[in-house]
Design a protein around this ligand. Structure first.
Ligand code: G6P
Ligand code: MG
Length: 219
């Protein structure tokens, strides 16, 4: 029986990908590095330090760890400036509606995000009250595709993975959900999240009714 839902943040609850793009792009510009939206797509669901490693590899550069940390910190300062512009209007269409439906139907809800800025983003959205548990980039060591962040959420809620449905927009996030034994809903194109148990193009189609209709036997 499904008792709880675990949501990724970036790309599921709100679209921060553009803010990440602008911040990485500013850093890359300062360094004279190549960076574009195609590379940015590869950073979906990927931790901050793994992101800088992907970007340096794209530029055939290999910097020492301390320098990479310094660059990632600088990018984060730019990203934080961008987050100031996020408001309660910036829930992805359908996301707030689904959270409201789940809450009033009595389901428990956890956040399972790789972002160390999750609290800040939820504060800007004024969306913290939806979540019984907030698992973020500080909660576990191993990032997606390891299932740890979702296992953390389920454990904190007091449910087994098979009692939870994970919502994810990243390929590595769906991998993580599957590795942990969770049911999964992918948000985005077939080529990215087609391996989820259920897929929607966007959060607009993700209603409690449409989810229940698919996972009938579990409700
Ligand atoms: C999410 C985003 C990634 C981002 C990661 C870490 O998973 O999809 O693009 O790199 O969080 O975010 P942070 O806010 O900690 O830099
Ligand atoms: Mg995401």
């Amino acid at each position: 029986m499904i008792k709880a839902f675990i949501f990724d943040l970036d790309g599921v609850i709100t679209d921060t990908a553009e803010h990440h793009y602008l911040a990485w792009n500013r850093l890359a510009g300062e360094l004279g590095w190549n960076f574009d939206r195609e590379v940015n797509e590869k950073l979906r669901g990927v931790s901050r330090m793994d992101s800088i490693r992907i970007i340096q590899a794209h530029n055939n550069v290999s910097l020492p760890e301390e320098e990479l940390t310094e660059l990632a910190t600088r990018k984060n300062e730019y990203y934080l400036q961008g987050l100031e512009h996020i408001s309660p209007e910036d829930f992805l269409p359908g996301a707030k509606e689904l959270l409201t439906q789940l809450k009033s139907a009595g389901y428990k809800i956890a956040l399972g995000s790789a972002s160390k800025n999750s609290h800040k983003v939820l504060e800007q959205l004024q969306g913290k009250a939806f979540f019984d548990v907030i698992g973020d980039g500080n909660s576990v060591d191993k990032s997606k595709p390891a299932p740890d962040i979702f296992l953390f959420g389920a454990e904190q809620l007091g449910y087994k993975p098979a009692e939870c449905i994970v919502f994810e927009d990243a390929e590595s996030g769906v991998d993580a959900a599957k590795a942990g034994g969770f049911y999964s809903v992918g948000i985005g194109p077939e080529e990215r999240v087609g391996h989820a148990d259920l897929r929607f193009d966007s959060m607009k189609e993700a209603t409690l009714f449409s989810v229940k209709s698919h996972f009938q036997d579990l409700f």
